[in-house]
Write a protein that binds this ligand. Structure first.
Ligand code: IPM
Ligand code: MN
Length: 352
């Protein structure tokens, strides 16, 4: 009997629905080929709905989403809505309420994809960032004192719990072992300045690593130096583990060296619950409805979604089809792909 998955679809804002539509074309074909079934349900969590109804993601929505096997997300962010509202009310609400404590972001340059880093190719640019996704500066701890006066104080506190750090580190160690490439895990932090948070991270990293993962090489890099090395020596990295804020920042740089936001995918993972997969770029409002945005990041997110569901063969097939598709594209940038959004999707499907 073939498996049947329940997948929640959140097209979201801007170009989100367009790129998700291409991913769903691909899903239809791989499901048939690899003999699994799926049911889709659309969720309208958009800035436009918020403007009309005041609704974001409710606790009832979260309960409903918990009954799904996976979530496929396009993009969030609407220029008509004040910055922060959709980000907090939709994306961060989903990540936090579903306890998706890992943000997994592979940085992999495919053959024939242009990278701004000269003299580096697919052999050098191939690593994975494990970003902690439930703590740090993202918890929203802090506040104002004497707001609006000349004595105003604003604090924004980074929260790092032993439990939260440990579960993230363990995931990263397991991932490094399973990836089985260079078997090196780099902790990316700022131990020289942020001496409380990164001391906790560093102690937990060594305790867990030295006791339970003797087969993994432990490595450390400061976050600023990591930015330098992404450009200078990206081949030094295998798997990186870092906190929420640093992970957010370095993965935008990572996306650039792998060919841009058009191709960078990621997963918000709750290994014990429901995970959510998305292109790591934004909603690109200026490209909305123009058939110019690159859907490959969304198709890569679908690949990750299927991998998480255990459909490894289907996922591997999608990756091969992406590799064949990029070889025919002069650029991964919106409007410069030599074809439109839908044609990129069709090409991936043809290559399956
Ligand atoms: C990302 C985004 C989000 C983040 C924003 C939209 C809240 O930049 O997924 O990297 O900061 O995590
Ligand atoms: Mn980001």
């Amino acid at each position: 009997m073939s498996k049947k998955y329940k997948i929640a679809v959140i097209g979201g804002d801007g170009t989100g629905p367009e790129v998700v539509a291409e991913g769903l074309k691909v899903l239809k074909v791989v499901a048939k080929k690899h003999n699994f079934e799926y049911g889709l349900k659309d969720f309208d969590f958009t800035g436009q709905r918020y403007l009309k109804t005041g609704k974001l993601v409710s606790d009832e929505d979260i309960e409903e989403l918990k009954t799904f096997d996976s979530i496929y997300l396009g993009a969030v962010g609407d220029p008509d809505v004040k910055p922060g509202i959709i980000e907090h009310g939709v994306l961060l609400k989903l990540r936090f309420a579903l306890d998706q404590y890992i943000n997994l972001r592979p940085v992999k340059l495919y053959p024939n994809v242009w990278t701004p880093v000269r003299d580096k190719g697919p052999a050098e640019i191939d690593f994975v960032v494990v970003r902690e996704n439930s703590e740090g500066l993202y918890v929203g701890t802090g506040g104002y004192l004497k707001k609006g006066t000349s004595d105003e104080v604003a604090t924004q506190v980074s929260v790092n719990t032993r439990k939260g750090v440990e579960r993230c580190l363990r995931y990263a160690f397991e991932y490094t072992r399973k990836r089985n490439k260079r078997k090196q895990l780099t902790l990316v932090g700022k131990t020289n300045v942020l001496t409380y948070a990164w001391d906790l991270w560093e102690r937990a990293f060594h305790e867990i690593g030295e006791k339970e993962y003797k087969d993994i090489k432990l490595d450390y890099a400061h976050v600023d130096a990591t930015c330098m090395w992404f450009v200078k020596n990206p081949e030094w990295f295998d798997v990186i583990v870092t906190d929420n804020m640093f992970g957010d920042i370095i993965t935008d740089l990572g996306a650039m060296i792998q060919g841009g936001m058009g191709i960078a995918a990621g997963g918000n993972i709750n290994p014990e619950g429901v995970s959510m997969f998305e292109p790591i770029g934004g909603s690109a409002p200026k490209y909305t409805g123009k058939n110019v945005i690159n859907p490959l990041a969304a198709i890569g997110a679908l690949q990750m979604l299927l991998e998480e569901l255990g459909e490894d063969k289907a996922a591997a097939d999608i990756e091969q089809a992406i590799i064949k598709t990029v070889a025919k594209m002069p650029s991964q940038a919106a409007g410069k792909m030599g074809m439109g959004t839908r044609e990129v999707g069709d090409t991936v499907v043809a290559n399956l």
